[in-house]
Design a protein. Structure first.
Length: 229
């Protein structure tokens, strides 16, 4: 069976390739320090395990609404209000199978062929391929000093008439850096007309209350991002 030109154009996942290389080396008895997937060593919270088991034991496992069950959406709305200081309507909440699916769904919904997506480096390796799968063009912006935070002027230079989305991932994966509020404010100024900011926050939950200044900074950045058009 032949595959499509689009499928042929998508590069192999570097993360999965590293995972496989690490597995093969371990099978050979090699000592491996694997920094690929970032798999946490801690187990799933026992409360989550018990809640999932309890739900399965009821036998009430059926198809759900495509955008999420009403009860779950209520919990997401409450979480968003508590952490983002913003109240959202149920029709603006969509539950997905993970952050990457959400990012892909958004790109699929807004991109036309040859639309550009500005991606701030470093970035998660899936982002450029997601853009290509939606027939878009990834535009990578790197920090001039080789660091982890691009300058607002460098981002602005990369924004053109074909730019549709800017992906700003903070706390950043893989660097862990938190983008300063000044950068988030600059991105907000750029998001005008047909240009949108896409700000995945899947890693902020790994911060804890022992770092209150960091958490407050996260909340400030979230507020800025949530108010962007």
């Amino acid at each position: 069976m032949s595959v499509s030109q689009l499928a042929k154009s998508i590069a192999e996942s570097p993360t999965l390739r590293l995972n496989e290389q690490a597995r093969l080396l371990r099978e050979k008895g090699e000592a491996v320090v694997h920094l690929g997937a970032g798999e946490p060593k801690n187990k799933a919270p026992i409360a989550a395990i018990l809640a999932a088991a309890s739900k399965l034991n009821t036998g009430d496992v059926k198809y759900t609404p495509a955008d999420g069950t009403p009860g779950l959406k209520k919990q997401i709305i409450r979480y968003t209000e508590e952490n983002y200081d913003r109240v959202v309507a149920p029709e603006n909440v969509i539950v997905s199978a993970g952050a990457k699916q959400s990012v892909f769904n958004i790109l699929y919904s807004v991109l036309n062929p040859q639309d550009e997506v500005v991606i701030l480096a470093p970035y998660w390796v899936s982002y450029p391929e997601m853009v290509r799968m939606c027939y878009g063009v990834p535009v990578i912006v790197k920090a001039e000093d080789g660091g982890f935070v691009p300058r607002p002027e460098d981002i602005e230079k990369s924004v053109g008439s074909a730019t549709r989305v800017i992906i700003c991932n903070s706390p950043n994966n893989p660097s862990g850096v938190l983008y300063p509020e000044s950068l988030v404010a600059a991105l907000k100024r750029l998001a005008r007309g047909n240009l949108s900011n896409l700000t995945p926050h899947p890693f902020s939950v790994f911060l804890n209350d022992s770092h209150p200044p960091v958490l407050e900074r996260i909340r400030a950045i979230r507020r800025e991002a949530a108010q962007a058009p």
